[in-house]
Design a protein around this ligand. Structure first.
Ligand SMILES: *Cc1c(COP(=O)(O)O)cnc(C)c1O
Length: 394
């Protein structure tokens, strides 16, 4: 088996050809610091500003509202810590959800240790945050609402426009972690009342270690990185010119291909989900059936450990991911799967497959056939499954 079937595009994506080609000159001959004054640095400076323009246009934002960062985690940290520090005299209450990425949740935990109060909203069985629940939890001292655009594990797309409307009506700042959404589904910061938005290059075929934070004009937040005058003195550090050029090229190409890719991926996603649910007994789809990222499949197989499944898929050249955090040294199942109400033992048997535009129906047929064999094999070794079958026969 030399073919690799890569179904972990929520973890990272391949670098696009256009991005690679545009980055190359800035990794080699044009190594200048774009903040320098001589002519040699001007090309890099222009390339940085061009990339900023492409990103702004993709969001319906102004160029000066885009700030380059070191990726999604930094953007999330900056949005939360920056607003918390800047608005602490107004209040110390933040609203978020239980299914956010750890870059948001662990930042909230840090802020709680600093004396802030955080409301972690429940989600429904499909992972949806209710705009009414957001509204009900707003207090006079609420300074920020942070709800992710789309979930990285179960693919659920949140009602961002409605939540933004609530935030704007109550004059509370609204941040969204759009790392899984940006470049994949349409976003309009104006229409959706978004004040702050995080995105990351490597989740849509750009390079790793580069992202941005959209900060709406007039929004106050403290700097996270102090130093030079880059990024309007709000985020110091010599520009990562190759990274910025790469993310710009990746955005351009993602926007151009967005609709076609989404249609293609959705068709293969739905084909795979239908086949698995029909052909594998005791399987359950996690996440909303329709309010779902085009490339996300997340399924629980009862009586099975996600980790064992991943190892056996790997032996067949298939890269996927599981919902449990065993790989990171913890035996706890995913906080997202627990938040949608799955019991521990079922949450442990989850499999996430995230497609790209390169994923074919033939790939998925091979993957599904492999899953069927693996599930059967693992269940045949499971005493729990044996007990279950026996008790069902009585
Ligand atoms: C990947 C991811 C992040 C972190 O982005 P990095 O660029 O890897 O730091 C944050 N939020 C979500 C939803 C993600 O999927």
């Amino acid at each position: 088996m030399d073919k690799l079937i890569y179904l972990d595009n929520a973890a990272t994506t391949s670098l696009g050809q256009e991005a690679l080609e545009e980055m190359m000159p800035y990794l080699k001959e044009n190594y200048s610091n774009p903040s320098s004054v001589y002519g040699f640095a001007q090309k890099g400076k222009k390339a940085v500003e061009d990339a900023r323009g492409v990103i702004a246009a993709a969001l319906g934002a102004k160029d000066r509202e885009i700030y380059f960062t070191g990726g999604g985690s930094e953007s999330d940290n900056w949005a939360l810590k920056g607003v918390a520090a800047a608005l602490q005299d107004k209040g110390k209450h933040i609203i978020t959800s239980k299914i956010e990425h750890h870059a948001v949740l662990h930042t909230c935990g840090y802020l709680e240790r600093q004396g802030y109060e955080v409301t972690y909203l429940d989600v429904d069985e499909n992972g949806l945050v209710s705009p009414e629940a957001v509204e009900a939890s707003i207090r006079p001292d609420t300074i920020l609402i942070s709800i992710m655009f789309a979930n990285n594990e179960i693919g659920t797309i949140e009602p961002i426009e409605k939540i933004g409307e609530v935030a704007s009506r109550h004059k509370v700042l609204f941040h969204t972690d759009a790392v899984q959404a940006f470049g994949h589904i349409p976003i309009d910061v104006e229409k959706m009342h978004i004040d702050l938005l995080s995105a990351s290059g490597h989740k849509f075929h750009g390079p790793k270690g580069i992202g941005f934070l959209y900060i709406k004009d007039g929004v106050k937040l403290d700097s996270l990185i102090h130093g030079g005058a880059q990024e309007r003195s709000r985020r110091a550090g010599t520009h990562n010119v190759p990274g910025i050029v790469g993310i710009g090229a990746a955005v351009q190409s993602a926007i151009q291909k967005m609709q076609a890719n989404a249609e293609k991926e959705t068709a293969i996603r739905d084909y795979a989900i239908d086949r698995i649910l029909k052909e594998v007994p005791y399987a359950r789809l996690n996440g909303d059936r329709t309010e779902r990222l085009p490339n996300n499949i997340n399924i629980c197989f009862r009586f099975i450990e996600g980790e064992s499944m991943l190892i056996m898929l790997d032996q067949k050249g298939i890269c996927a991911s599981s919902g449990s955090a065993c790989t990171s040294g913890s035996l706890d199942p995913s906080h997202v799967l627990l938040a949608i109400g799955l019991p521990h033992e079922i949450a442990h048997g989850s499999l996430r497959m995230t497609l790209s535009e390169e994923t074919t129906k033939e790939d998925m047929d091979y993957v599904i056939d492999s899953i069927k064999q693996i599930v059967e094999r693992l269940r045949s070794m499971s005493p729990l499954y044996e007990d279950f079958v026996r008790s069902n026969q009585q």
